[in-house]
Design a protein around this ligand. Structure first.
Ligand code: AMP
Length: 225
């Protein structure tokens, strides 16, 4: 069993990463995946996979993703619960990019009622820092590892250090779409901070610290949780 058990050790453990796009949820999720052995479930990555494979879900999601708008809930739930029902999620998982609204959070609460312990890590980063990060972000096409072309560049330009995959700029990482995604975050997702605070599940993490320090703070919170 993982040494990062929180809550009741016999329950399923669900770690939710909250935070604006570019706050570092994906980066921390990858580290957390290594140390907890739970799968990293990113709804954004699942959608991008569907887009790449031109599935019906990908076709339905495309126009929303291009604008930086939220994909309608029924499409999100169909894709997400299909993934969460797989065997590797039986003991727990790390959610990144879901829930993104109170309605989504309520559906998740209902699905997990009495079956799981939830901890919510809200990674906080000011908007201006986010914009700067995202316009310089490139992501591995294969393993989704993100890089910052100035602050955290790969060893070889355009190539992922971890898997040798090609680094690409996401279509929605342009200044105009980023602004829309931030607006959507503030209006639809940010109210979740209060929602989870009232449930006593929220931990605030300073996302402006160096990556390793953020991980250290997250691990401390999980141990204390
Ligand atoms: P992300 O990689 O988390 O920034 O997500 C990229 C895009 O996928 C978002 O801008 C949305 O269009 C869509 N998306 C991801 N997760 C969700 C969600 N939980 N609800 C609705 N749309 C989502």
């Amino acid at each position: 069993m993982s040494s990062f058990v929180f809550g009741n050790p016999t329950n399923k453990q669900v770690i939710i990463l909250l935070g604006a796009p570019g706050a570092g949820k994906g980066t921390q999720a990858q580290v957390l995946k290594e140390i907890t052995c739970y799968p990293h479930i990113s709804t954004g990555d699942l959608f991008r996979e569907n887009l790449k494979n031109n599935t019906p879900i990908g076709q339905k999601a495309k126009s929303y993703m291009d604008k930086g708008a939220l994909v309608p809930d029924e499409i999100v739930f169909e894709m997400l619960f299909d993934r969460l029902n797989r065997q590797d999620c039986a003991k727990g998982y790390i959610l990144d990019g879901f829930p993104r609204s109170k309605d989504q959070a309520k559906v998740l609460d209902e699905a997990l009622k009495g079956k799981a312990d939830i901890i919510v890590l809200d990674i906080e980063v000011p908007d201006q820092v986010i914009i700067n990060r995202l316009v310089h972000r490139v992501t591995c096409e294969k393993c989704q590892t993100p890089y910052h072309t100035i602050l955290m560049p790969p060893k070889v330009s355009g190539i992922c250090d971890k898997c040798g995959g090609k680094l690409i700029q996401r279509k929605d990482d342009t200044e105009e779409v980023i602004k829309n995604r931030l607006e959507v975050y503030h209006t639809q997702t940010e109210p979740l901070i209060q929602y989870y605070k009232e449930q006593g599940k929220l931990v605030i993490i300073d996302g402006t610290l160096p990556k390793d320090k953020i991980t250290e703070n997250i691990v401390k919170s999980l141990r204390a949780g």
